[in-house]
Every structure is written in C-alpha cells, then in structure tokens.
Design a protein around this ligand. Structure first.
Ligand code: ZN
Length: 532
C-alpha cells in the first residue's frame, strides 16, 4: 500500500522491541496457514522509524501521539468528527489545518496524507517538527522526549490551554506506562515504558485537569463539575448548546466520539463545530469531563436534544480496542447517577444509542458497544466484564502465553464445554489440557497449541445458520472472527455481511475446495468448525 521506498535496515523499534518481533513471528499457524514469511512485513513500524528520522522527532513520542489520537487506526482515510485524517489525525477544519500544513512541509498531496499511512505519519512528524522549531528546540533538545511537551500540547489543536494540557498529559502517561498496539492489519507497534519528567514550559502555569487532586486544590472556580462531582468541568463554547431546556430530562443518549478525548472536548469549545454533549469519557481510565450543564440543552442528537443527556465515549465505532472496562464502569456510574437524579428508568427504552434516536443518521455506539454488560452495570447488578473476542489477527498461543487473546481462548473453551478454568488470561496447565481435549474432539492434532486451525475451530463453534450478503448480527461476527483466523488476514468484524465478508468467504471456499458461492451454509460452517 505504501508508496514510500522501504528502508533496508530494521527500524529501531523492532531492534529493541523483542516483543514486537516475537508477536509477528508467532502469527504463522501450523498446517493450513500461509508459508512462513522470513521477513514479516512491518509497514507501520517502518513508517514511524523513517518519519522519526527524517524530521528528528523521537520515535516513541511520535507513536504515542498517534496512539492517543487513533490507536494507530487510520480508518481507511475516513475523517473523524473534527475532520481529522489518518493515524496522526491531520486536521482540515476552519480553525485547524494541520493537513494543509503537512502537505506544504512534505510535498505530499493532501489526498495521500489522508489515505496513505506512511505519508500520514510523515506528515504528523513534519508538523511536530515545525512546532518544535517554532518553540525553539535545538538539535540536542529534540532528542529529549521531555522537551517536547509544549509541542505536543500545541499539536492537540486546543485553543484552551487546560485542554491542551489534558492532551499532552495523556501522551506522556502513555510514554510512562508504555503500550503495545495492534494495528488494523495485525501489526504490533510497541512503546516501552520510560521515566518521563516533561518540561511544561508555558503550560506550567496552567492547572492540570488530569490530576484531580491538583484540580480540586485549585483556587480557580469551576474546575470540577457541580452536577456530577467526579467529573472535571471544561465548558463548551456558549454557541454550541442552548441555555435551558424545553422539556424534562427523560433519556440518556450513548455516543462514541470518532475522535480522541481531549480532541472532542476541544471540538466542543470550537465555535465552528456547532456540536456538544454533556459528558465525555476517556477510554484509558474512564475519566469524565462535563462540558455542558445538565440543565442546558447540548447539541448531540437533533430531535433528541431537548429531553436527553448526551454522553460521549472516546473511540471509534469500528475499533473495539477503545471500549475498555474502565470506560464502561465509569460511564455506567454516571448514567446510574443521572437516572437516580432525574427519575429516568434504567431500561433500554430510556438509555439509548445515538443510532436509536429518531431523525439521526449516526451509527454510534455501534456493534462493539456491549449493551448487555453496560445495562448490568447501570442497574448495579453483578456484572462480569465482557471477554474481548474480536481481534485483527489471532496470535499462536501456548503454555506460558498471557493476555487478552488467552482470555478469549479460555472463554470459548469454557463456553463449548472444555473446562479451561478461570478466565484469567494466563495459559497454564488447565488451559493446555482443555485445548488438547478440544483438539482431539475436533479431529485436530492434540498438541495443546492454539494456532490458526484451532483458533478457526474455536471461533466458529456453535450453530450453522445460513448467512449471505445482507445478513447481520452475532452469527456474522462469529463468522468474521473465524475467517480472520482461517485466512490469516484481517476481516473487519462488525456483524455486517457486506462485500468484504463476501470476498473473504469466497477466498475461504476456494482455498478449501468448497463450492464457491459466497453463501455460508452447513458445508462452510462444517469446514470452519473442523479447523480447516
Ligand atoms: Zn453520536
């Protein structure tokens, strides 16, 4: 996809990130998978390394900015709410034109900056470097991640310094904690934890919204919400909502931002956006910021505005990595509070998605939002965190493996009657014997290793409803997961059987010697469930 020439050497990130290499090497399954690729492609790691070198931006900082913006998902060139594009969220709106700036600095056409991930990352690096030059960073300072804080804050595009700090603080939290992101094409990009001590520059005088203790201790009025005490208070632009209400509050509307947390708060402060919501919730830790008072009418759901409270959740509808347990719990606590305060029934008639409000054309919160879990939390009952089953690729798992994919395997084994014990994400002896029992049951080599074939069988297990283009729902998601494992490539998991799924089904049928008709009946299900 990348038009950019590829560097002959390995990027620094791969050299020091043994984890990244291991993750890539482990993706090849046993029999049935594509032949082992001696040099696994790592286009995004390469793009970050090249852009970092070309514009002398610290690689980890560049990745952390991209991760904060998009979780490294370029969304095929589709814009965010604020009209930002690509992994680096290059923006083209009346107030901020980093896309145009990036085009000037790199000579890349805007169309390429929007769609081509390598060009987009280069463009983001160019803008960061231009801001670094403008703030007077010299060559030595450019090598120091801590010196870039004011540059990162400016990259937020926020006119309000507190919001800019919120953005930069989040990036430096990512740098401190480290992270490992899986891109939509199944590539892993890792940033190792590091000690950070950012030089705040002019932002030292701006109170941190990100530190509740500092915010609470501030002598400035209005740092915290008066409607909902756990929330921060960053008011939207007064022209982006209506003072007062024409109707009683009877509903809560659940949204997904299609943009970052700080970016959304900033967008509501922007006089050109003409949108707002009452609350915004951060994906990583569930932090809540209120931007419009409950008693005022935020502009988030057209006909639904007068009678509802709008809650925005940081993320993108098509990428499940944003929907964290912390965000669900925090949002449910807020909704529970709102229901109690305004006498709103805790049911799905009154707590609705944006997509369900009449006269709206948005699809949020989308198929990755777990309503069952959310409503359990809202009602305050016992709720078990959802096990994430949707991944852009399925790694080979074996004794000693840990993490979210191990949890997924354990959950599926238990679900299909093979006792893997507690779903704890640790592949121990109990999990291994459950895998072997499952493999033997399905006629697979009982080696206790979950490779492509075992994943395919595990993910597809269950009923065999006939599915074809136009089908939708949980069974389509199950099919999409199984095809992702079987084909060893990302098949978008959205529960909608469209042309991409049709192509994947036909590819599967062709390579497995089945009738190639794009219809998933008992033959195709049978092959998937046998791990073919
Ligand atoms: Zn919405």
């Amino acid at each position: 996809m990348s038009r950019r020439p590829t560097a002959p050497r390995r990027p620094a990130a791969i050299a020091l990130g043994g984890l990244a290499v291991a993750a890539l090497l482990l993706t090849g399954g046993p029999a049935g998978a594509a032949p082992a690729d001696p040099a696994p492609p790592a286009p995004m790691n390469r793009a970050f390394a090249q852009a970092a070198e070309e514009f002398q931006v610290p690689r980890d900082l560049l990745v952390a900015v991209g991760y904060g913006e998009t979780h490294l998902d370029g969304h095929d060139g589709k814009p965010s709410h604020a009209n930002g594009y690509g992994v680096m969220h290059l923006v083209d709106n009346p107030d901020h034109r980093t896309l145009e700036r990036a085009a000037e600095l790199t000579g890349e056409p805007e169309a390429d900056l929007r769609r081509d991930t390598a060009a987009n990352i280069l463009g983001g690096a160019a803008v960061l470097r231009a801001y670094a030059d403008a703030s007077g960073l010299d060559a030595a300072e450019r090598r120091d991640v801590d010196a870039w804080y004011p540059v990162v804050a400016r990259y937020s595009g926020a006119d309000d310094a507190r919001t800019a700090r919120l953005y930069a603080d989040t990036v430096y939290d990512f740098l401190a904690d480290g992270f490992s992101a899986l891109t939509p094409s199944g590539e892993r990009v890792t940033v190792k934890p590091r000690d950070v001590d950012p030089e705040l520059g002019r932002y030292a005088k701006v109170r941190s919204l990100d530190d509740p203790a500092e915010a609470a201790a501030s002598s400035e009025a209005g740092t915290l919400s008066t409607d909902y005490p756990p929330a921060l208070w960053v008011p939207a632009y007064s022209g982006n909502y209506t003072v007062g209400r024409s109707s009683a509050i009877t509903h809560v509307v659940v949204h997904v931002t299609q943009g970052s947390y700080a970016g959304s708060i900033s967008w509501f402060q922007n006089p050109d956006s003409n949108v707002s919501a009452h609350y915004v919730i951060r994906s990583s830790d569930g932090q809540v910021t209120q931007t419009v008072r409950d008693r005022d009418t935020a502009w988030h759901a057209k006909s639904g505005n007068p009678y509802s409270i709008g809650i925005e959740h940081e993320g993108y509808v098509d990428n499940p990595s944003w929907f964290t347990d912390a965000m669900y719990r925090s949002s449910a606590a807020l909704t529970r509070h709102l229901c109690d305060r305004y006498g709103i029934p805790k049911d799905r008639t009154h707590i609705v998605g944006h997509v369900e409000v009449p006269g709206n054309d948005h699809t949020d919160p989308g198929p990755n939002w777990n309503w069952t879990y959310y409503m359990q939390l809202v009602r305050g009952g016992d709720a078990t965190p959802p096990v994430q089953l949707n991944f852009t690729s399925y790694d080979t798992l074996r004794s000693g493996s840990t993490g979210a994919q191990v949890k997924a395997a354990q959950h599926l084994l238990n679900q299909h009657g093979f006792n893997a014990g507690t779903v704890d994400g640790v592949f121990g002896a109990g999990t291994e014997s459950a895998v072997k029992a499952f493999q033997a049951n399905r006629g697979l080599t009982a080696d206790g290793v979950v490779g492509a074939r075992t994943w395919t069988a595990l993910l597809s297990a269950g009923t065999k409803p006939v599915l074809k283009q136009g089908s939708s729902g949980a069974d389509v998601e199950r099919l999409q997961r199984a095809l992702t494992a079987a084909l060893g490539r990302t098949v978008g998991i959205d529960g909608l059987f469209g042309t991409n799924t049709d192509t994947a089904v036909r590819d599967y049928q062709r390579t497995r010697g089945l009738t190639v008709d794009g219809i998933v009946g008992s033959g195709t299900w049978g092959a998937l469930q046998a791990g073919r």
